[in-house]
Design a binder for this molecule. Structure first.
Ligand SMILES: [Zn+2]
Length: 473
């Protein structure tokens, strides 16, 4: 063998690996051994490439490996010298790539600790083929194994890692109480009519972040603020009701605890999937916008600014506009009335809701409809039904499903009045509520607030000009 490869140029490839602690791991010792081998064999070392798997940035560099591959590809070297087979490549894919390349270029792989693979000989090619097919087999097995493991984990409701989910610790299993409370409160807020942007603002003001880093120039490393779309992703995630999702489908009950009830989740996701369901009654910035009606024509009454700074007015929205009157006295009066209604000893009967739908029954109906939709598709595929029959039937079933989803959303509506009923100081609780929540309370208590024109020449607020239409009358 000696002399056969004389005048051959060699490239030395060194890799520092994290998983080895033996004394030879020092890269200079590796290099020394490799050069010694080359010199004994009479090879001229033209370059040395080094990769460091223990990089400070945590990102693994492979520039050295690529440089070595390029050198082999160029045909300038006849030998690659490395310390050991496991030092030559970081993974099976790189290994396979290198074998195929060396085979193509008739390049020798020589190891200080290990065999010498001469790809120009039949014996060398045989060994390389075998090593290559082992590598290929392992790659295939590994990806199959990974796919199977991922599916199994999903079916068993296990968390397999990834970015820390908001509301839970990094183990994906333990609830992080402050964040879980923020999530639960967000479901309530959305039900009461808050927008996703409002939720994002609240979370940001409470100091929560998405946990993701921003990669905008100048903002490296800053935690990202919540936005409507990132809040939406959190609220739509079945993880929050303790369900495990795999490839977009809910596949099992998760091992981790739920943060919110299924009813609440169904109600909110129904609203978010179909923004039309978010009633105009709860969206306004002012207490009575859209909730109040004009006492003359019945048109909705909206609040807005006036020519005087800082002064708001409620206006009839009819084309002629029957009045515009200062907002504050009207709002103060309405709030006082609401608080007095809720302070009555018999206020608890307001909580009774005879029309509350049965969520269990509705869910069963929805499941039935979805099964029928699937069955229709099978019938269509088996020519048991024409395409037009299928279309008509599907439209019918989907309409029913949409109606059920809407009712489910109502079933999930939390008791708006809950914290107010039986409160020692109803006024204090009322004052602590958000605008959307106050509006929700008013729309539960009353069908409408009727605002009349303030009357000619009156400077004082006249309670008779604001009327209430109680629920169900
Ligand atoms: Zn009017």
């Amino acid at each position: 063998m000696d002399g056969k490869l004389a005048d051959v140029k060699a490239i030395v490839y060194l890799r520092i690996s994290q998983d080895r602690t033996d004394e030879r791991s020092a890269v200079d010792r590796q290099g020394e051994d490799c050069r010694k081998l080359a010199s004994v064999r009479g090879w001229e070392v033209v370059s040395t490439e080094v990769d460091n798997d223990i990089s400070a940035a945590g990102k693994k560099q492979r520039r050295g490996f690529e440089a070595m591959v390029t050198a082999v590809e160029s045909g300038h070297v006849g030998v690659v010298v490395a310390w050991a087979l496991d030092r030559l490549q970081r993974n099976r894919r790189d290994e396979l790539r290198l074998y195929e390349l060396c085979q193509r270029k008739n390049v020798v792989l020589a190891f200080v600790k290990g065999p010498e693979l001469d790809f120009s000989t039949a014996a060398g090619r045989l060994v390389a083929d075998q090593l290559g097919s082992v590598a290929r087999f392992e790659i295939e097995q590994k990806s199959e194994r990974q796919a199977r493991a991922a599916q199994q984990a999903a079916e068993q409701g296990r968390w397999v890692g990834g970015r820390r989910p908001f509301g839970y610790e990094a183990d994906g299993m333990t609830v992080r109480p402050a964040e879980a409370a923020a999530i639960a409160a967000a479901y309530d807020s959305v039900l009461y009519g808050a927008s996703l942007r409002e939720v994002a603002r609240t979370w940001n003001s409470q100091g929560f972040t998405t946990g993701q880093k921003r990669y905008k120039p100048g903002h490296e490393g800053e935690p990202s603020l919540w936005r409507a779309d990132s809040v939406r992703v959190v609220l739509m995630n079945p993880r929050n009701i303790g369900k495990r999702v795999y490839k977009g489908e809910t596949v099992s009950d998760a091992k981790w605890p739920a943060i919110v009830s299924e009813e609440r989740f169904a109600a909110v996701t129904a609203m978010l999937k179909n923004p039309a369901r978010i009633s105009g009654k709860t969206g306004g910035r002012y207490l009575l916008s859209g909730l109040a009606r004009c006492g003359v024509c019945g048109a909705p009454v909206h609040a807005g600014g006036t020519s005087r700074p800082g002064v708001r007015a409620y206006r009839c929205t009819a084309s002629m506009g029957h009045f515009a009157r200062r907002a504050e006295p009207v709002e103060e009066y309405v709030e006082a009335v609401v608080v007095s209604i809720l302070s009555r000893p018999d206020a608890a009967r307001l909580m009774q809701d005879d029309n509350r739908p049965d969520a269990e029954e509705l869910r069963a109906q929805a499941v039935g409809l979805r099964e029928q939709l699937d069955a229709d598709a099978v019938d269509l595929a088996n020519d048991l039904m024409s395409r037009s029959q299928f279309r008509a039937l599907s439209a019918q079933r989907r309409a029913k499903l949409a109606a059920i989803d809407a009712m489910l959303a109502d079933a999930g509506r939390v008791d708006v009045l809950g914290p107010l009923i039986g409160a020692e100081q109803v006024r204090e609780v009322w004052d602590s509520l958000s605008m959307s929540r106050k509006r929700a309370v008013i729309s539960v208590l009353m069908d409408a607030v009727i605002i009349h024109p303030p009357g000619r020449g009156t400077r004082n607020f006249n309670p008779a000009t604001v009327e209430f239409k109680p629920k169900g009358n």
